[in-house]
Design a protein around this ligand. Structure first.
Ligand code: SAM
Length: 283
C-alpha cells in the first residue's frame, strides 16, 4: 500500500475528499518520506512510547509515528479532515481529537489516554501558533519527556540560540530554563505541499526538572533586560517596567557579579537566575 508522503497518493486522497488547503491554519503537508523518518528518528520513538501529535493534517507523520510508537493521540483543528481521516488514520493505535490545541485541557487528555505514563510530542507545527503551542506544552505540568517539532527556521534559531548570538533573546532564555534544546536539521520548502514561503528546521527539546524558583519574576527580569537590546543591562533595566530604582538595580547587578555595562544578549541563564534572586534582597 502506498504511503501518504508519496505526492501522487496525497494528491489522490485530497482530491477524493475535495480537500482545500486553509492557509491561515498553516496547512503545509509533508511529501518526503526521508524527512518524515528523520523527524521520528530525532524524537527517538520506540514501541514503549506514547505520542501526542499536534496537527496531523492528512496523517503523513502520524502514519510513521503509529508504526513505531505504542499509541498516538493527534489533535487536529480542521473538522473538514474528519471524513478523510476515516480512510487515512483508521489505525488501531491512533486516536484523533478535533479541536484547537490551545484550548485543550492537556492534563486531562493525557491522563485519560496515557494514565500516569510519560509521553513525547512530535509535530510539524502550524507556524502561526508555534510559540504559544511550545509555551503551553512546557508550562502544562504534565508527564512530558520531549518535544520534537518542525518550525520556521528563524524560530528554530531563536529557540536554540546561545548567549552572544544575534538570535538570543527572552524566548531562548525561557526555553533554556525548561529544556535542553537542540537545533537538529534544516528542511527545504520543496518537501511540503503546498510550498511555504519560509525555510523550516527541526528542533528537539528535552524537558529539564529544575528546583522550584519564582519563575514569574525571573522571566519579568529577563524580558526587562531585553527591553532595549542595544543598551547596557543597567539602562535597559532602569527604563523597564521593573519597579526598582537605578541604585537598587546597580546593587543587584553588583551582588550578582554582573558588570552593569554588559548587554542582556551576553548573559547566561544562570546569571539571570542569580540576578532575579538578588533583586529580592535589594528591594
Ligand atoms: N502533520 C501534517 C504533515 O506534516 O503533513 C500537517 C502539518 S501542517 C504544517 C499543520 C497542521 O496543524 C494542519 O493540519 C492544521 O490544520 C493543524 N492546525 C493548525 N492550527 C491548529 C491548532 N491550533 N490546533 C490543532 N491543529 C492545528
Amino acid at each position: 500500500m502506498d504511503r501518504l508522503y508519496k505526492p501522487s497518493k496525497l494528491s489522490e486522497i485530497l482530491s477524493k475528499y475535495g480537500f482545500r488547503f486553509t492557509k491561515s491554519l498553516g496547512q503545509n503537508f509533508l511529501i518526503d518520506g526521508n524527512i518524515v523518518r528523520k523527524i521520528v528518528d530525532v524524537a527517538e520513538i520506540s514501541e514503549e512510547d506514547n505520542v501526542v501529535e499536534i496537527g496531523p493534517g492528512v496523517g503523513t507523520l502520524t502514519e510513521e509515528l503509529a508504526l513505531r510508537a505504542k499509541k498516538v493521540v493527534a489533535v487536529e483543528i480542521d473538522e473538514k479532515l474528519r471524513e478523510l481521516h476515516k480512510e487515512t488514520l483508521n489505525i488501531e493505535n491512533v486516536k484523533v481529537i478535533y479541536g484547537d490545541f490551545l484550548d485543550l485541557d492537556l492534563k486531562k487528555l493525557t491522563k485519560e489516554e496515557f494514565g500516569d505514563e510519560d509521553f513525547k510530542v512530535v509535530a510539524n507545527l502550524p507556524y502561526y501558533v508555534t510559540t504559544p503551542i511550545i509555551e503551553k506544552l512546557i508550562l502544562a505540568k504534565v508527564n512530558l519527556i520531549s518535544i520534537t517539532v518542525m518550525v520556521q527556521r528563524e524560530v528554530a534559531k531563536r529557540l536554540s540560540a546561545e548567549p552572544g548570538s544575534k538570535d538570543y533573546g527572552s524566548l531562548s532564555v525561557f526555553i533554556n530554563y525548561y529544556t535542553d534544546c537542540k537545533y537538529k536539521f534544516q528542511v527545504p520548502s520543496s518537501v511540503f505541499m503546498p510550498k511555504p514561503n519560509v525555510d523550516s528546521a527541526v528542533v528537539n527539546l528535552k524537558m529539564i526538572n529544575r528546583e522550584e524558583i519564582d519563575t514569574e519574576f525571573l522571566f519579568k527580569v529577563v524580558r526587562a533586560s531585553f527591553n532595549t537590546r542595544r543598551k547596557t543591562i543597567l539602562n535597559s533595566l532602569s527604563n523597564s517596567k521593573l519597579n526598582y530604582t537605578k541604585e537598587e538595580i546597580k546593587r543587584a547587578l553588583e551582588l550578582s557579579g554582573i558588570d552593569e555595562r554588559r548587554r542582556a544578549e551576553t548573559l547566561k541563564l544562570e546569571e539571570f537566575i542569580i540576578l532575579s534572586v538578588n533583586f529580592k534582597s535589594v528591594g
